[in-house]
Design a protein around this ligand. Structure first.
Ligand SMILES: N[C@@H](CCC(=O)N[C@@H](CS)C(=O)NCC(=O)O)C(=O)O
Length: 222
């Protein structure tokens, strides 16, 4: 039975799973949703994830939300080296994935809600929230930039799930105007991923098409 993935093609969190699955040679059956129309808050969907968030994976009896957990599940299912090849590497990959969720992506998501979702709803961004996000992003990005100064990837010398999780906020960065451009090693690493991981570039195009269409339909095209 095919593994189903529920999500919106414009979502950076869905992109983490579609990218990892493609790299692992896992075929997914997509159940496309429109998050701008509230598809993740219907009674049927809330049975899969009561938090009303995507992506959600359904593999037979296994229902999982949180893109990081889904990617670990998929990597273990096929024995992928995206999760690291030694115990030490695996813990480092997990360290960055947990860090990314708590200290990094959460700010990017908040900025997306302030600048994109609110704009589609015709609401104004809140400068105090934007200020808080920018302070936290700059502090985290400075550490990440130093980490990447002499490395090509976040852990070891090849792509892992850590890169995919930490790189996800770049999915919307030119729209959210998150201040990543101030950090040259971070920018160079992201460009390296786009240049050397074709599916990372493909999934970016998918997001851009979807979000550009939503913005155009809302009369907010840029
Ligand atoms: N921590 C979650 C984040 C999930 C998340 O924020 N999903 C967004 C799309 S990127 C969503 O489904 N939003 C729907 C909503 O807020 O109504 C993960 O990593 O999977």
């Amino acid at each position: 039975m095919a593994i189903k993935l529920y999500g919106d093609p414009g979502s950076g969190s869905r992109r983490r799973v579609t990218t990892a699955a493609a790299l692992m040679g896992i075929e997914l059956e997509y159940v496309n949703m429109d998050l701008f129309k509230g598809d993740s808050h219907t009674p049927e969907f809330l049975k899969l994830n009561p938090h009303g968030l995507t992506p959600v994976m359904v593999d037979g009896d296994t229902v999982l939300y949180e893109a990081a957990a889904i990617n670990v599940y998929l990597a273990e299912k096929v024995g992928s080296d995206l999760l690291g090849t030694t115990a030490r590497e695996r813990y480092e990959v997990l360290q960055w994935m947990f860090w990314s969720g708590e200290q990094w992506r959460v700010f990017a998501t908040t900025l997306f809600n302030e600048r994109i979702v609110k704009s589609v709803m015709g609401e104004a961004e809140d400068p105090s929230i934007v200020g808080l996000v920018e302070r936290n992003v700059r502090a985290a990005a400075a550490v990440l930039d130093t980490h990447l100064a002499d490395r090509s990837f976040i852990v070891g010398d090849r792509l892992t799930l850590a890169d995919i999780d930490v790189a996800a906020p770049f999915s919307q960065s030119h729209r959210t105007r998150i201040p990543f451009h101030e950090f040259p090693h971070l920018v160079a690493w992201q460009q390296r991923l786009l240049d050397t991981v074709p599916v990372w570039a493909e999934t970016k195009r998918e997001i851009d098409e979807r979000i550009d269409r939503v913005l155009a339909e809302a009369g907010r095209g840029r």
